[in-house]
Design a protein around this ligand. Structure first.
Ligand SMILES: CC(C)(COP(=O)(O)OP(=O)(O)OC[C@H]1O[C@@H](n2cnc3c(N)ncnc32)[C@H](O)[C@@H]1OP(=O)(O)O)[C@@H](O)C(=O)NCCC(=O)NCCS
Length: 222
């Protein structure tokens, strides 16, 4: 029965105005396991907004008004509510930057004038703080990266880097290269959600996490 209701809401969504779309999102969030887990919510975002959101990710990634199409967000990302993700700019080299000259919504735009949303990929376990703006020039935020509150990000951020400021600069890395390699190879974000919750005690210290990996794999990884 639940499945039929979700399916109907999914179909209905296409024809709804902004306010009703929000209501459908909220209903699905509430009754399909919350925004960290809901597959229907993810399906709506993927099919209607071209925003792909991995399992476990939550927060601002579900705000269509802040996030452009063609965004891929990995698993277990924490995105603050006021994050803006832009994937295209108004054309600074046209005679005018106004959308009637490049946005198909306003009329017959030739292919030449159409400005497409470039793809932006945000990795797994990325934390993006309050009031961050990711500009259209950014193609990739690496796994495990942290973007500090208020940053304006103009360039790609490597995995496990901590970046702050305007323009955002890297102030350090969460771990050394060796540890990053171990975490990346573990691909813990592909583990089952319930397993992650039950094993959460191993995640607060890298030494415990390595113990867990050794136990799981039946052989020492270091
Ligand atoms: C970036 C952050 C995670 C701290 O990372 P950290 O590696 O522990 O950094 P530190 O606190 O040691 O600060 C290192 C330097 O960066 C500066 N800094 C820290 N956060 C900054 C920020 N957001 N913008 C600008 N500078 C910042 C500090 O002032 C310090 O500068 P100094 O070396 O000149 O003294 C944290 O400051 C932050 O921005 N958190 C996001 C909070 C938020 O938005 N939460 C929303 C809920 S999801």
């Amino acid at each position: 029965m639940k499945k039929i209701i979700f399916k109907m809401l999914y179909i209905l969504y296409k024809w709804c105005n902004y306010k009703h779309k929000k209501s459908i999102q909220n209903f699905i969030k509430k009754f399909d396991g919350g925004e960290m887990c809901s597959l229907w919510l993810r399906k709506i975002f993927k099919d209607y907004h071209n925003i792909m959101i991995g399992e476990g990710s939550y927060g601002g990634c579900f705000r269509t008004e802040n996030i452009n199409a063609n965004t891929i967000i990995g698993k277990y990302c924490s995105i603050a509510n006021n994050v803006y993700i832009y994937n295209r700019d108004h054309p600074c080299r046209y005679v005018s930057t106004h959308p009637i000259f490049f946005n198909e919504k306003y009329g017959d735009i030739t292919d030449k004038n159409l400005i497409e949303y470039k793809q932006k990929i945000i990795g797994n376990d990325v934390w993006i703080g309050q009031n961050v703006i990711l500009l259209a020039s950014v193609r990739q935020i690496g796994d495990g990266a942290v973007i500090g509150a208020g940053a304006i990000v103009t360039k790609d951020i490597p995995e496990y880097a901590i970046a702050v400021g305007n323009p955002a600069k890297i102030i350090g890395y969460r771990f050394d290269d060796y540890t990053i390699d171990i975490i990346k190879k573990s691909k813990w974000w592909d583990w089952d959600f319930e397993k992650l919750k039950s094993d959460n005690k191993y995640f607060s210290q890298i030494s415990s996490f390595i113990e867990l990996l050794n136990y799981e794999q039946g052989r020492p990884i270091i």
